[in-house]
Design a protein around this ligand. Structure first.
Ligand code: F6R
Length: 615
């Protein structure tokens, strides 16, 4: 959840750390801080501030530091409220060790009590500070910095990514990764090194990188890095070059990353579709499916898992697999799946959907699936992310870096990737004839242009946002494939505009939610051509009979619903299974414009973070 960065070089560390923290701010933004270590050994200097990076930047303004090594952190609070004191980095009481951390020290209360009894003084309420004091004791006992971190990590319960520096070893940073609290990527520059929780923070310096695996530690100075495992044995960590263009991280002409990313969907969809298949001849590739590829024909059952928006994509994937592969498929929330002792076997394929590939509940659910011997494929937008290293095979979406906390282009890209994977499964099982593939590929090929047509209507949705900007509540209704789209529409609305929004299967209406309807509780109903349209027409009438106002998402040319509803959103016609992709676009735009009108922080909504690496 938090963002971590470190730098060791020959030039000043502070500008590099600040730049990288801005790249990481989407991960957590309740406070930020940096610590630098002066080569002249005047000790560790820490600056930290509650609030956004800009507060830290102002605090550092005019600081002429010669320090060439430093670490920085942007926080999403778990233990202790957001404040200057609880912001990272945290210093040991003798001022010798400084630590930044992502994750939760689950046994911190006991450790803290023991440390206080032994004479340590705590400055913050955080679990992280215990790490600094434990390391101080190890250094006093004569350990090197790396050994002090290794010994300390062995005493911590939970998943962690930790980075530390010590005044006794200037020019050096050490890092440890335990479990799935967040990755650590190490970047190799020319005479300078970086480390960070995200690849994006390292890319401006270098594309030559290495990932720390679970239970690995690193010692990094400006000349390079050495690695050990949790037992202290040296290990080799593979270096590789990554092909990601950091320019795609810029907002361009748009006011917010979210709008930019909504607008990028035609390209994101095309890139995803055509990285996985061709139209003439109609073929599917799936180059990264690895050992899963040859086992698709044996799959008897599929379980799809994910969280939030990715869970909604998974719900659509379930329908695609049932349609094309004709095998039982179910969807589960990864945080529920991991604790319910699921029944899985070698004939089960678990498909995880995670754009970041770093979501802790997804990773833990994958660990459960692995222990039970299930075949695993992950749908991911992030090259080399943790999920891709656990799964037997990966289907990469090619949406480019998504920076807005609210997922948009990664959602639709995941949906089309699942559509193509379901086709692949159908081909492997013989439930899709090679001749049918051509037709299905033509259908998916039409989607990017249909999405582009909706996007050209953006000014219409900006005006329509007036209808909803002052409402307190909103109901999203859908049936069949439109149900996950309704859930996603509600999630987008609530997370960025803070309007209470519910996504419901329209058939559920009469079983409770209809009691809420009155003139102050508007409904958005997805009533596209194939979404059990006639049934949803009756739901619209039932809402209106209770004084509720209905905005309907319809297929272009559907005049009957246009006459019935209070307002309509018309989207181009696409094939039945792909309707939810196109119907989701106006809902994303509407959420965006409503949030802007309400003055909300669209790219960094309150209480949220882009990558959820804590439970
Ligand atoms: C909502 C949103 C979240 C994520 C969820 C899973 O707009 O972005 O609900 O979908 O946190 O994230 P990933 O896909 O990275 O596993």
């Amino acid at each position: 959840m938090c963002g971590i960065v470190g730098y060791a070089g020959t030039g000043p560390a502070i500008p590099v750390l600040l730049r990288a923290l801005k790249d990481l701010e989407y991960r957590g933004y309740d406070s930020a801080g940096i610590a630098v270590l002066d080569p002249a050994s005047t000790g560790i200097h820490i600056t930290k501030r509650q609030g956004k990076i800009s507060n830290l930047e102002s605090a550092l303004h005019g600081t002429a530091s010669e320090a060439t090594t430093g670490i920085g952190h942007t926080r999403w609070a778990t233990h202790g409220k957001p404040s200057d004191q609880n912001a990272h980095p945290h210093l040991s009481c003798n001022g010798e060790v400084v630590v930044i951390h992502n994750g939760i020290v689950e046994n911190y209360a006991g450790l803290r009590a023991g440390l206080i009894a032994a004479g340590h003084r705590f400055e913050s309420e955080t679990d992280t500070e215990t790490i600094a004091h434990l390391m101080e004791d190890r250094l006093k006992a004569g350990d090197t910095l790396l050994e002090a971190l290794r010994q300390t990590a062995l005493r911590l319960e939970g998943s962690q990514a930790i980075v530390a520096m010590a005044a006794s070893e200037p020019g050096t940073m050490v890092a440890a990764r335990v479990g799935n609290a967040g990755g650590v990527v190490i970047g190799y520059g020319a005479g300078e090194m970086m480390l960070a929780s995200d690849l994006a923070a390292v890319l401006p310096l270098t594309q030559d990188i290495a990932f720390l695996a679970d239970q690995q530690l690193a010692r990094v100075d400006r000349a390079g890095a050495d690695f050990i495992d949790a037992a202290g044995n040296p290990v080799e960590v593979v270096r590789r070059k990554v092909p990601i263009d950091p320019v795609s991280a810029l907002k361009g002409e748009h006011q917010h990353f979210m709008l930019k990313e909504i607008m990028e969907q035609p390209e994101a969809l095309s890139d995803t579709i055509w990285s996985l298949g061709t139209l003439a001849p109609a073929e599917l590739y799936f180059d990264d499916l690895g050992r899963a590829l040859d086992r698709l024909a044996e799959v008897e059952r599929v379980v799809l898992i994910g969280m939030g928006t990715s869970l909604h994509a998974a719900m659509l994937g379930q329908r695609y697999i049932e349609a094309f592969a004709r095998i039982p498929a179910e969807t589960d929330n990864a945080s529920e799946f991991r604790y319910r002792d699921p029944v899985l076997g070698p004939g089960t394929l678990v498909i995880s959907v995670s754009q970041s590939g770093e979501t802790v509940d997804v990773l833990e659910a994958m660990a459960v699936a692995k222990a039970k011997g299930a075949l695993q494929v992950t749908i991911c937008n992030t090259e080399g992310a943790q999920t891709t290293r656990v799964a037997d095979g990966t289907v990469y979406t090619r949406a480019g870096l998504e920076r807005g906390v609210a997922s948009t282009k990664c959602f639709t890209a995941s949906v089309v990737a699942l559509y193509l994977l379901a086709l692949k499964l159908g081909l492997a099982r013989g439930t899709i004839a090679p001749g049918e593939l051509q037709e299905r590929m033509q259908e998916v090929a039409r989607v990017p242009e249909a999405v582009a047509r909706v996007l050209r209507q953006a000014p219409v949705y900006r005006r329509m946002a007036n209808r909803f900007a002052t409402t307190q509540h909103l109901l999203f209704l859908g049936r069949g494939l439109a149900f996950p789209a309704a859930m996603e529409g509600a999630l987008k609305m609530k997370e960025i505009s803070y309007i209470h929004a519910e996504g419901y299967a329209a058939g559920e209406m009469k079983h409770g939610p209809i009691a809420l309807i009155d003139a102050n509780f508007p409904t958005i109903a997805i009533a596209t051509r194939h979404a059990l349209r006639s049934k949803i027409v009756s739901n619209i009438e039932q809402v209106q009979a209770r004084g509720g106002e209905v905005t309907a998402v319809v297929t272009e040319g559907d005049d009957e619903i246009a006459r019935l509803a209070d307002a309509t959103i018309a989207v181009p016609e696409v094939s039945a299974l792909l309707e939810p992709v196109v119907a989701s676009i106006p809902l994303q735009l509407l959420s965006y414009y409503v949030a802007v009108q309400r003055g909300c922080d669209v790219d960094q909504p309150r209480n949220l973070a882009k990558t959820v690496t804590v439970e």
